[in-house]
Design a protein around this ligand. Structure first.
Ligand code: SF4
Length: 76
């Protein structure tokens, strides 16, 4: 499964980072980004999509369900 965030719709509330900090991280610009193997992807949108380890898929889907901006996308 791959995940990415469309930052233009992100409210910056940080819920995704609270729910699944292994995958999501608020950036210096106050918007959420996805982590890629420890580093935070600096690319926004689908170009910044990263592969989600299997054991974190449930956390990503929980974050997606709670995302106020409805801007967390997954591709399976
Ligand atoms: S939960 Fe959604 S709106 Fe909130 S910080 Fe994360 S990506 Fe942005």
């Amino acid at each position: 499964m791959k995940v990415w965030i469309e930052q233009e719709y992100c409210t910056g509330d940080g819920l995704c980072e609270e729910i699944c900090p292994q995958v999501f991280k608020l950036g210096d610009d106050g918007l959420a980004y996805v982590r890629d193997d420890g580093a935070v992807s600096s690319d926004g949108g689908k170009i910044g999509a990263v592969l989600v380890p299997e054991d974190l898929e449930d956390g990503v889907l929980d974050a997606q369900a709670e995302c106020a901006g409805e801007c967390i996308y997954v591709d399976r």
